[in-house]
Design a binder for this molecule. Structure first.
Ligand SMILES: [Mn+2]
Length: 362
């Protein structure tokens, strides 16, 4: 993916923030600032150095060939020192008389300490510098997320078509994972959540060997990854016939989901959107049972900026991709969540998740 416009925006923001040098080593941020695909993995030993003059990638021999190949025709110069990448980088900065660098707040403390010892100058720690820019997606990024969402919709349809009492949560999760991989996902965006019966009251339940029983709520939360970009969606169904209490819970969650989606538009703070869903659930007596934030940004990571919760005081921006996922959870009884992925637009939003949302009794 061409990163020229990102690059220009980063340098402009660095100049505005009086940051002469930026060190990027968080892997999703590396992928974003370089635009390189299929080069760095989670184990990568990599540091991208961006100043107003140079753009250099320091990495080890495992990644050097692949990085060198994709760097051709880009502003990036790839270096693969034999020693720790930060040793060479700090020495070169000293020679170039750069005495102020910024590191990501997400960097491990050991790395911060090492760089602080090696670098002869001021090491500043910055929060979310690249992440802030990542939250507004380019059209090509939205297209990949939409593709991932489409695979996820098809996966949900497939999984629900085979779901029945007697299957274990683990069997359903494996089926979802295989289907996504067979249908164009490079990987899952996260391990599927399949939470049945009493387990469904845990929003991030881990999959168990519990056999699904008739009368269970089953919460299925899945996401695919396509060319680096994630999707995220949740549906809740009842196996067998829903009880009145399950029906009431489900309809309350659905109404909160629909009201919140109707309120999404560029300019609304994430916290206001969260409040729309929370007030709707409170009117039905479920205030205490909606125990997490309404949603989150999705992109190169499944959870990224912006916050769509009480923490989200900043306004959503057009081009943001966020989830809307209210839920109601009652320990010992069960829970329901309905999660859709939407693209924030001026005056509204585009819903990427297409799976039906009426209460399904399977
Ligand atoms: Mn989510």
């Amino acid at each position: 993916m061409n990163a020229d416009s990102r690059f220009a925006a980063l340098r402009r923001r660095m100049a505005e923030s009086k940051l002469p040098a930026l060190l990027v080593s968080d892997i999703p941020n590396v992928r974003y600032v370089t635009g390189f695909e299929g080069v760095f993995d989670d184990e990568a030993n990599v540091a991208c150095l961006l100043t107003l003059e140079v753009a250099r990638i320091y990495t080890d021999s495992r990644y050097a060939e692949a990085a060198g190949e994709v760097a051709q025709g880009t502003p990036w110069i790839v270096k693969s020192p034999l020693e720790n990448v930060y040793v060479g980088l700090c020495a070169e900065l000293g020679e170039e008389e750069v005495f102020h660098i910024a590191m990501e707040a997400s960097a491990p403390y050991g790395r911060f300490r090492f760089v602080s010892e090696q670098f002869r100058g001021r090491v500043e720690v910055i929060d979310d510098f690249v992440e802030t820019q990542r939250q507004v997606k380019e059209a090509a990024e939205v297209a990949r997320i939409a593709e991932a969402a489409e695979i996820t919709d098809r996966t949900m349809e497939h999984v629900l078509s085979m779901l029945r009492a007697g299957m274990t949560e683990a069997e359903v999760a494996l089926e979802a994972e295989c289907f996504m991989r067979r249908n164009g996902a490079e990987s899952v965006a996260f391990s599927p959540i399949v939470a049945s019966g009493p387990n469904s009251s845990r929003p991030h339940a881990t999959v168990t060997d519990r056999a699904i029983e008739s009368g269970d709520f089953v919460v299925i939360d899945i996401g695919a990854r396509v060319k680096g970009y994630c999707s995220d969606m949740t549906r809740t169904v009842v196996v067998g016939t829903a009880s009145d209490r399950q029906r009431e819970m489900y309809e309350s969650v659905l109404e909160a989901n629909e009201l919140a989606i109707a309120a999404v538009r560029a300019g609304i703070p994430g916290s206001d959107l969260d409040a729309v869903a929370r007030e709707s659930l409170a009117k039905k007596g479920h205030a205490a049972e909606f125990s997490h934030g309404l949603g989150h940004g999705v992109g190169l990571e499944v959870h990224e900026l912006p916050h769509v919760s009480a923490r989200g005081r900043e306004s959503l921006r057009a081009g943001g991709v966020v989830t809307i996922e209210p839920g109601v959870y009652v320990p010992g009884f069960g829970g329901a969540r309905i999660e859709d992925l939407v693209v924030v637009e001026d005056g509204g939003c585009r819903v990427l998740t297409r799976s039906p949302k009426h209460l399904m009794e399977l």
